[in-house]
Design a protein around this ligand. Structure first.
Ligand code: ANZ
Ligand code: ZN
Length: 835
């Protein structure tokens, strides 16, 4: 086959051509490791799958280019790489489109998928398309419903009436993780508390493991994500302490949760949440009933997680008995106490807790210091002292170190049955009910006689009916008679079907396992397949998922492992959290009007330029600032590579043996050194996810080769020159191919290769060529850089000083002056101090 390289770089022709070749040859189909004819080690590379919103944006191009460079590089390094793709296809936007435009959510979603799929293919990502999954199809969600029934049977799914976050815009419940700064994660709308009966997954059972198993992720996940999770799980060691209530028949005691039992003797009041079940009964003071109603309304309007900046409250008129001193302490209601944490009640220790301090100051409540710093107690307290110290004003505990006092006071309370030491988590159970249509139905039936009945396995999936009427507010499934009215699977009597659907984060909690066995119609996946591929070796996605998807999927993995469906402690070995794509300092978004679409880049420059830019302009974890100049710069680099190759195209065709490299001109030796330096640098940098500096190395090599081209002596015509250029350009193509795969396939083929560059091996560098026997010395005179000279290694300091002082360019700076000092930083800088 003869192949003529055209003089002009025609991105669109080249890209279409190679995409077709990859597709026809199924180049990126990953055989299961036990069937791999090449017996390569497996490498599972996964990018968080996209929501099919309709069009790809720059964030996609960046995210998927990162996954692709790792995948292509690992393949060249001899791994059996699996890089799958699919669609996180349930969710609200589809339903909103239905309401606004009258298209059915399923139709809207499948159309978007088709559209995005064709755009994805234009990015040239090395996907194994045979493993594609689409979560809104019954073949997928059937297994999720089966998991639900299993969760229920094992006591890990339950329904309870609780206070829920409710987004007024989306008209649905949100999980705690989906409320950010008191707002909805999706629409930024206000979130209020609403009392509803909801389904929950007991993620709290795994709270300790989710924290403990961070030990497997340390160093492989960023500290930032681990810290966010740690904070979200929020493990606090402390005690639950009973404060008996005086004179109320129905309310025996208020139980508080504290992390500081050592401060017990400094309690001057007890504060309960407005939504505390005892608040009404305890509010007996005049006006307190009204105050409670007002505060409750105010609290209902706040998301559960809202941190009060005010310290507002009122005295209930009731008193509690201090468990140790037996003194009366007033019971208050305060807006800084939330019902959703601990017991919804706190013991007020104003001297040592800042919120209590502000509350006590506002309402003139007494302040008793019980922990003294080394310098002794303060004369007046102007803020809470929250550090450790020695106990004072604490009777029998005086003089104890406060850490010891925690144990002593804890023991005393436990003996008196007025307290228990506990570990409290901030993490709540995961509320998975959504009052929306476009999700996987919860497979449950309610029967008056039998109660909650699971849909039997043989009746799964519970398919979403197609013929529903969409309207603003409310779940359209409620109005669907034949969906709702069913026979009880148990007694065959009249029963009602659950209309809640599952949070879409349930689908994304196990898709990484489904990819290992995507067409299985007997089970969600076979353990033997999942075990071959999992854990995911590198997972790539946005940091915004730290406390949502990345927590839920770790939980799911542990549950499935405990049931024997999966192995190993964690689903994702390494995590790469990429930054956002911004333009003019703001996130690219329609509302800001600063969107550049990948399609426009593809049309104008070709996707290789877009890929190169998105990897070159910033390291992956940083935000990427989009700028047209940078894009043009990347495009020019591609053109430079093309021209270089075109110029030498005939030299490239008959590969020469390394023997040709004997007795080379020093300039050619330098090119060889640069080539091998680049190979090493690109490999090392990709391994460390420094994709941007790897490209710089390739650019340096290209510059150096161009430098010689302009030389009058025509270095490449010298003996061995053809070998050196072959080596340089071949290495360049191989190293760049994970970045600009289409360009490199074309050049690779032009070299006469019959195989694909995508299937070539990554080049190895020759360490003996890297070592240089000279170094570049920077010379300063009185601190100013005046000259750079190349010197052989191994000279004495005296010899170096002699050569520096003799260097011609320096003479004008030192003439007529005397040398005061010669400062030498070995093999780097010499500073000549003249006076
Ligand atoms: C008395 C005390 C004294 C406290 C002291 C702290 C310092 P973390 O670390 O987050 O677990 N608290 C408990 N339940 C609460 C609720 N439902 N709403 C608001 N605040 C609550 O915090 C535990 C501390 O937060 C608890 O320890 C309690 O105040 C408060 F010198 O009890 B502490
Ligand atoms: Zn029944």
């Amino acid at each position: 086959m003869t192949f003529e390289l055209s003089e002009k770089y025609d991105a669109s022709a080249i890209e279409g051509k190679w995409q077709r070749v990859w597709e026809e040859r199924k180049t990126f189909k990953a055989p299961d490791p036990d069937k791999d004819p090449l017996k390569r080690p497996k490498y599972y590379c996964l990018c968080m799958f996209p929501y099919p919103s309709g069009a790809i944006h720059m964030g996609h191009l960046r995210n998927y280019s990162i996954g692709d460079i790792i995948s292509r590089y690992k393949r060249m390094k001899g791994f059996n790489v699996m890089q799958p793709v699919g669609w996180d296809a349930f969710g609200l936007p589809a339903e909103n489109a239905a309401i606004q435009r009258g298209v059915h959510p399923k139709e809207w979603t499948l159309q978007n998928i088709a559209q995005m799929k064709s755009e994805f293919k234009k990015m040239g990502i090395a996907y194994d398309w045979d493993r594609e999954v689409t979560t809104c199809l019954p073949e997928y969600y059937k297994w999720e419903q089966l998991f639900f029934t299993k969760f229920f049977k094992k006591g890990l799914a339950y329904k309870k009436v609780g206070q829920n976050n409710w987004c007024e815009n989306c008209q649905t419940v949100l999980a705690n993780e989906q409320v950010q700064d008191g707002k909805c994660w999706r629409c930024d709308g206000p979130v209020i508390i609403k009392e509803l009966s909801q389904w929950y997954f007991k993620i709290t059972v795994y709270a300790d493991q989710l924290l403990e198993d961070h030990k497997y992720l340390k160093g492989q996940w960023s500290d930032r994500v681990l810290d966010m999770q740690k904070h979200w799980i929020g493990q606090s060691e402390g005690a639950r302490i009973q404060f008996p209530v005086e004179g109320h028949d129905g309310i025996a005691a208020i139980e508080v949760f504290t992390t500081r039992p050592d401060t017990l003797m400094g309690v001057t009041f007890v504060t309960i949440a407005a939504l505390h079940p005892a608040a009404e009964g305890l509010s007996v003071a005049e006006g307190s009933g009204t105050a409670l109603r007002d505060l409750r309304i105010e609290m209902q309007g706040r998301a559960k997680d809202f941190e009060a900046t005010t310290k507002k409250g009122f005295f209930t008129g009731s008193f509690a008995i201090h468990p140790l001193t037996k003194q009366k302490v007033p019971i208050w209601v305060g807006d800084f106490v939330v019902m959703d944490y601990g017991t919804g009640a706190v013991m007020g220790v104003p001297a040592h807790d800042q919120r209590d301090f502000e509350f006590a100051t506002a309402y003139k409540l007494p302040i008793i210091q019980v922990i003294a710093p080394e310098s002794g107690p303060a004369a007046t307290v102007s803020e809470a002292y929250v550090e450790g110290g020695t106990l004072i004003n604490s009777g029998e505990f005086n003089g104890l170190d406060n850490e010891k006092a925690k144990t002593k006071i804890g023991e005393k309370l436990e003996a008196a049955k007025l307290g228990v030491r506990t570990i409290q988590y901030r993490l709540r159970d995961w509320g998975i009910s959504r009052q929306r249509y476009w999700g996987a139905p919860v497979p449950v039936i309610y029967c008056d006689k039998c109660g909650v009945v699971l849909v039997p396995d043989k009746d799964l999936p519970v398919e979403l009916p197609g013929d529903v009427v969409f309207k603003v507010g409310g779940n359209p499934l409620n109005g669907h008679e034949s969906f709702v009215n069913v026979a009880c699977p148990n007694c065959k009597g009249k029963a009602r079907r659950e209309t809640d659907t599952m949070d879409t984060f349930v689908e994304s909690s196990w898709y990484q396992a489904r990819y290992t066995d995507p067409q299985n119609d007997k089970a969600a996946f076979a353990k033997s397949k999942a075990d071959q591929w999992l854990p995911v070796d590198c997972y790539i996605g946005g940091v915004e998922h730290a406390c949502m998807h990345l927590l839920y999927s770790r939980f799911f993995h542990k549950v499935l492992r405990d049931w024997g469906y999966l192995s190993g402690p964690e689903p994702f070995k390494r995590l790469l959290s990429q930054g956002m794509v911004i333009k003019d300092g703001a996130k690219m978004s329609k509302s800001k009007g600063n969107v550049v679409t990948p399609q426009s880049i593809i049309d104008h420059y070709g996707v290789d330029t877009g890929r190169l830019f998105s990897l070159f302009a910033a390291p992956p974890e940083k935000d990427l600032e989009w700028n047209e100049k940078g894009v043009e710069g990347c495009h020019r680099f591609i053109l430079r590579v093309w021209r270089l190759f075109y110029q030498f195209k005939d030299d490239m065709k008959a590969p020469m043996a390394a023997g040709a490299a004997a007795d080379l001109d020093p300039k050619l030796v330098a090119i060889r050194r640069k080539t091998h330096w680049m190979i090493k640098k690109v490999a090392d940098d990709i391994e460390e996810s420094k994709f941007n500096t790897a490209i710089s190395a390739a650019m340096e090599l290209v510059n150096e080769v161009y430098g010689l081209l302009t030389d009058a002596d025509k270095a490449f015509a010298a003996p061995g020159g053809q070998f050196v250029i072959q080596e340089a350009l071949k290495s360049l193509i191989l190293c760049l191919s994970p970045y600009t795969p289409h360009l490199c396939e074309e050049l690779w083929a032009a070299m006469g290769n019959q195989t694909l560059v995508a299937e070539a091996a990554f080049p190895a560098h020759d360490p003996s060529l890297l070592a240089s026997d000279t170094f570049l010395l920077v010379i300063q005179v009185n601190g100013k850089v005046r000259e750079k000279i190349e010197l052989p290694k191994g000279l004495s300091k005296e010899e170096i000083q002699k050569r520096v002082m003799e260097s011609p360019k320096l003479q004008s700076f030192i003439a007529g002056k005397t040398l005061k000092q010669f400062v030498y930083v070995p093999e780097r800088i010499a500073n000549v101090v003249m006076g």
